[in-house]
Design a protein around this ligand. Structure first.
Ligand SMILES: Cc1cc2nc3c(=O)[nH]c(=O)nc-3n(C[C@H](O)[C@H](O)[C@H](O)COP(=O)(O)O)c2cc1C
Length: 336
């Protein structure tokens, strides 16, 4: 109520990235205060206690997580669990700091409950993120760290750079995600081809003495044979999948968005992302994190029924506000 009547109209008058920065700024200011997380928890409503689940060796208190991109630099890991999340995924984090694409680079499509973004991996860089995580209390829920690639990295160096990024952050995350599926770094998605993927995952696993779970995040726009080939590589070299990233398709939004480059997320992605989870589940037993267009308990339930072990959301939070996760958890509980 508070969100839809007061905060959302105000935030939606701001540019989408500015609104995100205002919310993140406020949350990170609150985070260090004792009691702030408890207050936010109380304000966003009660969450039922879900049955914990063990997936790729990590114990998740509930299956609803935050998708990558909301907290790229790990500034909010102390406070976001108060919204009910069963896990957080920070990043994408790149090896070296980089500013990302010029602004504006994030747009709301309110009539479709969608976003278009071409952030381009704005990142503080792996060392700064590692320092920040080391200086904070351990996250109250499992923490995933999503690994990206610097824009100016020669694709031939991608395996080495991903592995270096992983090494710097390895002690701070409970699981890691190799993101080769963002549409906003030129050439990145070509790394989803078998050769590139095998080299990247192989190099990371060579650096993975602690045997942290490594997940592969895929694009929804891969041709069937490339999707299947990527799954085969993942079966050999990864412990799970994240399905999916944003899409370059503009199905489900007004034609004017065809000329705005970037990845589309939110409601228009739901059917495609669900179908891909179902397809992946038919082909592999690897754990799957289902993401794309999840806004309600029904959406989450459908994704889990399609074969996901866990789900995540980002865009649903923008439209649904800070109580979204708890509404989803309550709805999942009711149906259980
Ligand atoms: C503004 C924005 C930034 C994102 N940044 C990243 C990112 O850095 N790395 C990544 O793997 N996914 C990123 N994503 C994709 C999300 O993690 C997710 O896969 C996608 O948005 C679909 O989920 P949703 O419909 O719940 O938003 C981003 C999404 C948005 C909207």
């Amino acid at each position: 109520m508070l969100y839809s009547e007061y905060a959302k109209p105000w935030l939606f008058r701001l540019d989408a990235e500015r609104a995100h920065d205002e919310v993140s700024g406020l949350l990170s200011l609150l985070a260090p205060f004792p009691g702030a997380a408890a207050a936010l928890d109380a304000l966003t409503g009660a969450a039922p206690t879900a049955a914990p689940r063990d997936i790729f060796g990590v114990r998740f208190p509930n299956p609803v997580g935050l998708a990558a991109g909301f907290d790229k630099d790990g500034r909010l890991v102390g406070i976001l669990p108060a919204l009910g999340f069963g896990f957080l995924e920070i990043g994408s984090v790149t090896l070296e700091p980089q500013p990302g694409n010029p602004k504006p680079r994030m747009f709301r499509v309110p009539e479709s409950r969608a976003l278009v973004n071409r952030m381009g991996f704005n990142s503080d860089g792996a060392r700064a993120v590692a320092r920040r995580l080391a200086s904070q209390e351990k996250c109250a829920v499992p923490l995933g760290i999503n690994l990206g690639l610097n824009k100016d990295t020669d694709p031939a160096r991608a395996p080495v750079d991903y592995a270096r990024t992983f090494r710097i952050l390895a002690g701070h995350g409970d699981y890691f995600v190799v993101n080769v599926s963002s549409p906003n770094t030129p050439g990145l998605r070509d790394l989803q081809k078998v050769e590139g993927l095998s080299a990247i995952l192989g190099e990371i696993q060579d650096a993975n003495a602690a045997k942290k779970p490594i997940l592969l995040k895929l694009a929804p726009d891969l041709a069937d044979e490339d999707f299947e080939a990527a799954l085969r590589v993942a079966e050999k070299l990864a412990q799970g999948l994240v399905v999916s990233n944003t899409t370059i398709s503009r199905d489900g939004v007004d034609a004017k968005w065809a000329t705005e480059s970037g990845g589309l997320s939110g409601a228009p992605l739901k059917v495609r992302a669900t179908a891909l989870v179902r397809k992946a589940r038919g082909l592999t037993k690897l754990p799957i994190v289902g993401v794309g267009g999840i806004e309600t308990a029904d959406d989450a339930r459908e994704r889990l029924a399609a074969g996901a072990d866990l789900v995540q959301l980002y865009t649903g939070l923008v439209y649904g506000g800070p109580s979204t996760v708890k509404r989803i958890l309550a709805g999942l509980e009711t149906a259980a």
